[in-house]
Write a protein that binds this ligand. Sequence first.
Ligand code: NAD
Length: 267
Amino acid sequence: MTAGKLSERVAFVTGGLRGIGLACAARLVADGAAVVVCDLDDPGAAAPVLGPLGTAVSYIRVDVTSETDWQAAHDFVLERHGALHILVNNAGTDLTGAVEAITLDDWRRIMAVNVDGVFLGTRIFTPLLAASGAEVTGGSSIINVSSIMGLVGMSEVSAYNTSKGAVRMFTKGIAMEFAAKKMPVRANSLHPGFVETPLLHAGFERWVAKGIAENAQALIDGMNAVTPMGRLGQADEIAGPVAFLAGPDSSFMTGAELVIDGGWTAQ
Ligand SMILES: NC(=O)c1ccc[n+]([C@@H]2O[C@H](COP(=O)([O-])OP(=O)(O)OC[C@H]3O[C@@H](n4cnc5c(N)ncnc54)[C@H](O)[C@@H]3O)[C@@H](O)[C@H]2O)c1
């Protein structure tokens, strides 16, 4: 491990092969952590993506909706590092559409990834995070990636709103539990606004296909216009706050909501 604010710490990042998760993995490595990334891709596909981040990064294929996969992830981290100080529950998916058009299967799928995934990761890793937290200033840290859509409602976003609202409240619940039990584990939720990632672009393509906009650029222009800072966020701008929540500078923060949205929810 290299010197840095997060040296001597081990992190686990879900959904770390693209978008916000990849930026977080890169930033945690840059700050000195050893990082285990998981995602849905096979290791062969992950290698060229993570290779540039160097030897501090390793990869395991995990579907965050699977208890069996989470158990394997836990065993992998324990065997390789013997500790875990940072858990970034980032993997997520989206779903848009009028409420009457959402199928129960679609609803269950988004809850499985966005909510069950965060619960399962937290449950399996809490004992190791608690055991490792006493070793580091500020203790271990769970960072649950919610969204501004976990704070405010939006038309035709009800399923995603629900899943991200659940992440927000789950985070507060575990934060209270850990504090009450004097466990050296903090938990905070992160609320990004519109960030330019493959997920956002896939959403744009679906809206264009539905005829909601002529092209993706029209949607970007529309989002820029309603964002006080006048632009989309970049994944690196989410990774910095994640590193802050992961390390000693946020040692008195737990159960908090960190909003990174260019002012969108301040209006
Ligand atoms: N991009 C935004 O504007 C935005 C805004 C607010 C919150 N978020 C949240 O940030 C997180 C990351 O989003 P992103 O924009 O980087 O998305 P992305 O689609 O670019 O990346 C998400 C990653 O999660 C992985 N993933 C999906 N389902 C998984 C599963 N079941 N198991 C393991 N991995 C899985 C995907 O393969 C992908 O690599 C999500 O939770 C998302 O809801 C994104």
